[in-house]
Design a protein around this ligand. Structure first.
Ligand code: T4K
Length: 393
């Protein structure tokens, strides 16, 4: 799709040259597996005349995910946010819960939506994950739990957070929306804390169109969440728990089963893309590509740049220049949840406790990835960044 060579600032679309790409290059382009296999499954669903409500595809999907992650239970849901809400409620969280601000806003919203106050703790600027010391500082008598987030699929400091939770009598769960297939100290994410929540949204490395799940080794918790996602029904006409509609539908499970078969290939492709970006962007003053620990598994789905003050261009100048080339890079998760509503009005001074979050939020650029992105396109995107970020000669 791209043929343009960008060698100097004059070649940049921002200076009037034609854009590098005639079609927009998106962050979050879905990875879509074997189309024929998916359509066959859809036909099977139509033949079954069973479209939702814990159908055979969902049951097979749950078993495959549980086996893959090595956990006892996978409770599939309609999306990651509802999965978070159901997990939070099933765990009995209340009062205040400590979360990072540096995450997608769904983590905080899932608490606030249920009348629980999200209390934002700062991150370690090198890992982008919760800093355990910052978590300790935010504990009050009203704190009931901690939600760690494995941002960019890189595991939160699980052992340290578990130690704090044990010491202070708090519940611990994880938002593992980015971490499908990631490991922590060689063990699959999914088994840590009381439970972990996955998102299978279209934009994730592994998707079910929309979807999510809570995975856990806790039998009772899993049973409660199964009730909660289906209005509390236990058999026909028998409601034994308050609940909502959090069910995954059959066609989403069909997508999940298909994409699961192709997931290893997707990860290999993302790993290559990440390596190509890293190489192509090496040596630009003030720009670094977030690295993944080679001793751990990670989907390599996110290519995250940090633009520091020593770069010849600001983060926003890079984003604008890329947009002119039709490269729709994103500032995830700018400006940070604490500066989004309602938290901005509720906690106007939260930023005082979040210096690293605020600095990182000003410096991040997330670049397009996905199985349809060619190596040539990655090179062109990188050339554009190098040109914008080079000092004027
Ligand atoms: N926790 C964390 C840490 C999360 O990152 C998320 C979701 C959640 C919890 C909640 O899980 P879910 O309830 O969503 O399952 C997107 C996604 O909607 C969201 O799932 C994701 N995180 C977040 C990081 O990104 P937006 O508001 O940025 O979406 P949007 O519409 O701007 O699309 C993103 C990009 O993807 C665009 O460049 C367009 C492209 N795209 C999108 C879709 C849906 C496509 O090319 N094709 C598509 O089908 O939130």
């Amino acid at each position: 799709m791209s043929t343009k060579v960008i060698r100097s600032k004059a070649d940049l679309a921002i200076n009037g040259a034609p854009p590098a790409f005639d079609q927009p290059l998106h962050v979050g382009r879905p990875n879509i597996g074997d189309r024929e296999a998916f359509l066959q499954r859809v036909n099977q669903i139509l033949d079954n005349q069973w479209l939702t409500n814990n159908g055979p595809m969902v049951q097979e999907f749950e078993q495959r995910i549980a086996d893959y992650l090595g956990v006892k239970h996978c409770v599939a849901m309609c999306n990651g946010t509802i999965a978070l809400e159901i997990a939070i409620r099933a765990l009995g969280l209340e009062g205040e819960v400590i979360v990072p601000s540096w995450t997608f806003v769904a983590t905080a919203h899932a608490l606030y939506w249920q009348g629980i106050t999200p209390v934002f703790a700062d991150i370690d600027p090198t890992t982008h994950n919760l800093n355990p010391d910052a978590v300790r500082r935010m504990i009050t008598p009203r704190t009931s739990g901690i939600i760690g987030v494995h941002l960019w699929g890189r595991a939160a400091p699980i052992d340290e957070l578990q130690a704090i939770a044990d010491e202070r009598g708090l519940k611990l769960m994880f938002d593992a929306a980015h971490a499908f297939g990631s490991t922590y100290k060689g063990r699959m994410i999914g088994r840590f804390g009381a439970c972990e929540v996955l998102s299978f949204h279209a934009t994730k490395s592994f998707n079910t169109f929309e979807g999510g799940a809570v995975v856990t080794n806790d039998d009772e918790l899993a049973e409660t969440m199964r009730l909660m996602r289906n209005f509390g029904f236990h058999g026909y006409d028998n409601v034994i728990h308050p609940g909502t509609n959090g069910k995954m539908i059959e066609v989403c499970a069909a997508m999940g089963l298909t994409n699961l078969d192709g997931h290893a290939e997707v990860v290999a492709c993302s790993r290559r893309a990440h390596a190509t970006y890293t190489q192509a962007l090496a040596g630009i003053a003030g720009i670094s590509v977030l690295a993944y620990d080679q001793n751990e598994d990670n989907s390599h789905h996110y290519v995250v740049l940090e633009v520091s003050d020593t770069c010849a261009a600001t983060r926003d100048q890079i984003i604008i220049a890329l947009q002119a080339e039709n490269v729709l890079a994103r500032k995830y998760f700018w400006p940070g949840s604490h500066r989004m509503q309602p938290y901005k009005d509720l906690f106007p001074h939260a930023g005082l406790m979040l210096p690293h979050t605020q600095r990182i939020a000003e410096s991040v650029v997330v670049l397009p990835t996905g199985i349809t992105l060619s190596q040539e396109a990655i090179q062109t995107v990188s050339d554009a960044i190098r040109t914008v970020a080079s000092p004027r000669s």
